[in-house]
Design a protein around this ligand. Structure first.
Ligand code: ATP
Ligand code: MG
Length: 260
């Protein structure tokens, strides 16, 4: 198979022949994937096909059993990951459980700038200002002084996004960010992601989803996983075809025609 996503702008990430074996189980096989600036990717596949594992490899939380992983110019195995990870933001539903209920929203967001806040110190005014800026960008400045434990799931998801963005990441990794959001909160999040995607100098977005209606037009590319292998990858128009989706999900499904 040709290298997935091999045309276009500056390289954001490049995986070459990546395999992942966990507890003797082959989770990912032969993944070669390139993402370039100006692209936003959606990752699709059945439960257990390896989507989260793939993104965890990109984020350096899982280590490829073989193959090479290069993200934002750093080759894994030759770089300080704890520092490198500050260049990207990560949002997944499980992250919502990591927010301490007694923590003020602005402090929780400020903690996303670990590069700027020394452990055990109060966030500086500059960091708190950066947190406010994010809340304002996401249209929820009114949450600033609330306690995390008092927020709804949708509100907490916005706080998670603000936290992921506060250090101006170059890569934003979203693993099923819409899970457990109601219809209103989903539309809110669509709007926010569209704004992030349109912002000048904004991050490249990688998103795992199970729902075709969540693949808005700003997602330029799609990667389809099947049993830990790339089934199809590239520009969305070429990949998100009913025939391909039928083969992956064993269903008659049509890609979304949404214009925003
Ligand atoms: N620690 C582990 N040991 C063995 N197998 C594992 C381990 N963690 C995950 N797996 C397996 O790896 C496969 C891929 O898991 P992963 O979470 O990446 O799938 P996914 O595509 O994100 O699924 P979902 O849509 O359900 O979130 C699954 O079959 C899972 O059972
Ligand atoms: Mg998953």
């Amino acid at each position: 198979m040709p290298q997935a996503g091999s045309e276009g702008g500056r390289k954001i990430l490049e995986l070459k022949a990546v395999d992942l074996v966990r507890d003797g189980r082959q989770v990912l096989s032969g993944i070669s994937w390139t993402v370039r600036s100006g692209e936003n990717w959606v990752v699709l596949g059945r439960n257990g096909s390896g989507k989260s594992s793939l993104l965890e490899i990109v984020a350096g939380y899982l280590w490829a059993t073989s193959g090479t992983v290069e993200v934002l110019g750093e080759i894994y195995g030759r770089t300080d990951l704890s520092f490198h990870r500050r260049k990207f933001g990560w949002v997944a539903p499980w992250i919502l459980k990591r927010f301490r209920p007694w923590e003020r929203v602005s402090d929780a967001i400020a903690a996303g700038t670990e590069a700027l806040v020394e452990p055990g110190r109060e966030p500086s005014r500059a960091v708190l200002a950066a947190a406010r800026k994010q809340l304002s960008f996401l249209g929820c400045l009114e949450l600033e002084n609330r306690l995390c434990g008092s927020l709804s799931t949708g509100e907490l998801m916005k706080v998670a996004l603000a936290r992921a963005r506060v250090a101006s990441p170059r890569l934003l990794i979203l693993d099923e960010p819409f899970a457990s959001l109601d219809m209103g909160a989903r539309f809110d999040l669509y709007r926010i992601l569209k704004k992030i995607a349109a912002a000048r100098g904004g991050p490249c977005i990688l998103m795992v989803t199970h729902h075709l209606e969540e693949i808005r037009p700003f997602f330029t590319h799609a990667l389809l996983l099947r049993k830990g292998r790339i089934f199809a990858a590239g520009p969305r128009r070429k990949v998100l075809k009913p025939g391909t989706l039928k083969k992956i999900f064993d269903l008659d499904v049509a890609p979304s025609r949404s214009k925003s």
